[in-house]
Design a protein around this ligand. Structure first.
Ligand code: OOG
Ligand code: MG
Length: 256
């Protein structure tokens, strides 16, 4: 029998070497969500052993557009490390990924610990600042195809993120227009309200879901609330610029 540690090695190596792998559920159709989160935790422990440090959490499949794009409709979460943070305005090297996509998100930075069952007001009170953000997702599975347990084990496809200018914690981000442009052409138009009706609900869900894994949101953690629109697949040569109403813009370019 394959151990959870072996499966963690498989997904971690796929990410580290940017190599597509078959879905874990091809050979383990009964892989449970709990085991998938255990694999995720073990694969992140491998990253930490290589010197990567905790940067926070990402929420996933918090909008209908995202659920439809990947055919999974459960809210999921993953872990962010400092090595995943990319320099806003910089370049992304396509070759470092299997098949990267970008999606617009809202980022929170936590100022006070947040754990378990909390209200939206309690969640907002724990926020230090909010920012426009872009997540780079890169499923390590062939053809970007996976079942729920696969994607969770694969750190919920997280592989990079950009954070734009931080704004005050009391900035209303419940319904902000978002325009993602590639080389000046609109590719996605949406609203932050697509994220569970209000991205703060994603923060509430984060506090609850990470508590099931014995974790809590700590001061300094960044929480990505989930893609507001479908994700855009990245091609070398593209310049991505995303504008968020009142929050500002986040941009980067793709090189081979
Ligand atoms: C799964 C991760 C989903 C989001 O923001 O909804 C996600 C995927 O789409 O590969 O990051
Ligand atoms: Mg995302």
């Amino acid at each position: 029998m394959t151990s959870l540690a072996d499966l963690a090695l498989t997904v971690d190596e796929a990410a580290r070497t940017a190599t597509a792998i078959p879905q874990l559920t091809d050979t383990l159709p009964d892989l449970s969500v709990d085991d998938a989160y255990a694999i995720q935790a073990l694969s992140l422990a491998r990253r930490r052993a290589r010197g990567e440090r905790r940067a926070g959490f990402k929420m996933g499949l918090t909008s209908r557009a995202k659920m439809q794009q990947v055919g999974v409709s459960e809210v999921i979460w993953g872990r962010l490390t400092d090595a995943m943070r990319l320099e806003e305005g910089g370049v992304l090297t396509r070759a470092a990924y299997v098949h990267p996509r970008v999606e617009p998100e809202i980022a929170y930075i936590i100022g006070r610990p947040l754990e378990g069952n909390v209200t939206a007001a309690e969640a907002l009170a724990a926020v230090e600042a909010v920012a426009p953000a872009l997540e780079i997702i890169d499923s390590r599975y062939q053809n970007f195809k996976f079942a729920l347990a696969d994607v969770i084990a694969d750190n919920s496809s997280s592989s990079g993120f950009y954070v734009g200018p931080w704004a005050r914690a009391d900035t209303d981000v419940s319904n902000l227009g978002i325009l993602m442009e590639v080389d000046g052409r609109a590719v996605q138009i949406g609203s932050s309200a697509a994220i569970l009706g209000d991205p703060v609900r994603s923060l509430v869900a984060a506090a609850k879901l990470v508590a099931r894994a014995g974790e809590r949101l700590e001061p300094g953690d960044i929480v990505l609330a989930g893609g507001a629109t479908a994700a855009h697949p990245l091609t070398p040569g593209e310049h991505i610029e995303t504008r968020f109403e009142t929050l500002g813009r986040v941009a980067f370019s793709v090189v081979a």
